[in-house]
Design a protein around this ligand. Structure first.
Ligand code: NAD
Ligand code: SER
Length: 319
């Protein structure tokens, strides 16, 4: 079957690279990217684009009637740190926007065959086991972002069980990439550090030196997404969202690896409100369900990720 794809929230950290991955797979014209605004980043891949606010259900419905997507990748969201600053907006975008996408897909008369709507490690909370956090465990998020993502997971499972909608999802850990700046998360320090070290040989972390979090390099995240969406439906036992990971490290461990590969720099620590968010999240993740059900296997560990980030960010620096 010829696929046609609609992506919401395309201009963000994930969307910029996922749209490119989808266009490589399905062809440029088969993938319609959308967001609140036209792409400003020159790294954004060429191809069809629409301005689309997922809070406007009529506009979303009209877009789906016009574009006739067989798959929707719903990436529009307000991330953890940004959500703490505007909980009402986060509630609206992360829950009402998500439900609009599920409703429009459900009511498409079978035209939309699959929906991808990512979740996050933020669904876990302070009472969740922090090491090797299991797929099924306590989920008592203490951030508005985590609360909304947990509701989204339950809705995805509900729409699958009650309406037969093929919704798939991953609980991404912190995503690390160089093409697009991150959009207001707690794991953003692990991206910012590369830009500041390469430009100034200095970095101040907003998390403490020993604050471990699970992370993943963007090429792995894109591959995982495409592999999950390609997996046979009967192999998938999780319809809320799959745990997924590639590596875990602290700011001090990341700094050491950058020093090993790039040379010395000044590292300072000034923890802010994001420390409490990080403290409530897992340090490492058990992703055996994803490995067993659809063969997940990450390619990038800490040293491979650092080498590739340094290479690509150094290319953007004046000689
Ligand atoms: P981002 O903040 O970089 O991008 C989100 C995009 O959504 C932005 O371009 C924004 O303009 C758009 N958006 C916001 N409100 C919108 C609306 N009402 N209508 C349409 N678009 C709207 O976020 P990201 O990192 O690209 O995240 C994409 C998805 O992945 C989200 O669901 C997020 O929760 C999830 N995720 C990301 C990470 C990460 O580390 N980046 C980790 C876990 C989960
Ligand atoms: N990286 C994301 C954040 O920090 C996790 O979902 O918000």
């Amino acid at each position: 079957m010829k696929e046609k794809i609609l992506v919401t929230g395309s201009c963000g950290q994930l969307g910029t690279e996922l749209v490119a991955g989808l266009r490589d797979l399905y062809g440029e014209s088969a993938v319609v990217a959308s967001d609140l605004f036209e792409p400003k980043n020159e790294a954004f891949p060429a191809g069809p684009f629409e301005v689309l606010n997922v809070l406007d259900k009529k506009a979303l419905t009209d877009a789906v009637v016009r574009i006739k997507p067989t798959q929707i990748y719903h990436l529009a969201a307000i991330l953890s740190a940004a959500a703490e600053k505007n909980p009402t907006l986060a509630w609206d975008v992360n829950i009402a926007g998500h439900m609009h996408v599920l409703d429009v897909a459900r009511d498409s008369g079978g035209m939309v065959k699959k929906v991808y709507a990512p979740s996050s490690i933020a669904v876990f909370g302070p009472n969740t086991p922090r090491e090797s956090t299991p797929q099924h465990t306590i989920t008592d998020p203490s951030t508005v972002y985590g609360i909304t993502k947990l509701v989204d997971e339950r809705l995805a499972d509900y729409y699958f069980k009650n309406y037969g909608l093929d919704v798939r999802s991953i609980r991404y850990p912190g995503l690390i990439s160089y093409k697009t700046p991150p959009g207001g998360g707690t794991t953003d320090y692990a991206v910012d550090i590369f830009h500041k070290v390469v430009a100034d040989r200095k970095f101040t972390s907003f998390l403490k030196p020993d604050s471990a979090l699970p992370m993943m390099y963007m090429p792995d995240a894109i591959r995982a997404t495409l592999e999950l969406m390609d997996a046979p439906a009967e192999k998938l036992n999780i319809r809320s969202a799959y745990n997924l990971t590639a590596m875990s490290f602290t700011p001090a461990e990341l700094a050491d690896e950058i020093r090993n590969q790039f040379g010395d720099f000044e590292m300072n620590y000034a923890p802010d409100f994001r420390q409490a968010i990080a403290d409530s999240w897992p340090a490492s993740i058990d992703d055996s369900a994803a490995r067993n059900d659809w063969g997940w296997n990450p390619a990038f560990g800490l040293s491979e990720m650092v080498a590739d980030m340094l290479l690509n960010i150094s290319k953007g620096q004046p000689a």
